[in-house]
Design a binder for this molecule. Sequence first.
Ligand code: APR
Length: 233
Amino acid sequence: MTRIVVLTGAGISAESGVPTFRDADGLWEGHHVEDVATPEGYERDPDTVLRFYDERRRALVAVAPNPAHDALARLETALGEDLLVVTQNVDDLHERAGSINLVHMHGELYRALCEGCGIRSPWTGDLLGRPPCPVCGERMLRPDVVWFGEMPYELDRIEAAVALCDTFVSIGTSGAVYPAAGYAALASAFGARTIELNLMPSDALVPFDEARAGMASVLVPAWVDEVLGRPRD
Ligand code: APR
């Protein structure tokens, strides 16, 4: 049974150099979110959207996991299946750090979704040139990123784990996007202890039992040390 569920958001990757969504000017890398993260925006101007995600995918090559990602991988080494990491991030920094028991609920930059056959394939190249789907050959690949108004992945698995966990930890997420934003309240309703590790306390629906403010690269390793019963330096 999953004992700890960790939900991560853009804040855990911020110190790796991956920009967050809602911190600065309300723009995401110079774009309005509704232009590059909605099915309507894609329909209106597919080239802009494909180019945008091609740039995001290319940018991943230059970033690396930070001590927060590393600490969660270390926790999984100790706890095995008792830890589930649910990320809203589309980068691959958790898996590069070594996390295995991991759900990408908002999809992955390193996958493409074929609008012809519906299959999600591993993908590292660009999509702007309309390459053929490796499965069906149709030139209908789009980023495998869950946009606003679309259904996130693996919700049944996530909700079952959240309802059964003893501890729910939210790291680096503003709590602005559902259903992820409702998981702390769900965990709490089922009796879990809830903890937030974030740059600043978020506007949570139900207050966390404990909220620690600061950088993920500092807070997450310290919390993992506590869980593993190691003294702090
Ligand atoms: N350490 C900890 N927290 C941080 C750090 C840091 N170094 N830097 C920023 N944060 C916090 C911010 O204070 C903010 O609360 O991380 C949070 C990031 O929030 P958002 O930018 O809203 O990102 P996220 O919550 O992941 O967004 C959810 O929205 O656009 C969609 O699908 C997209 O998955 C994304 C979803």
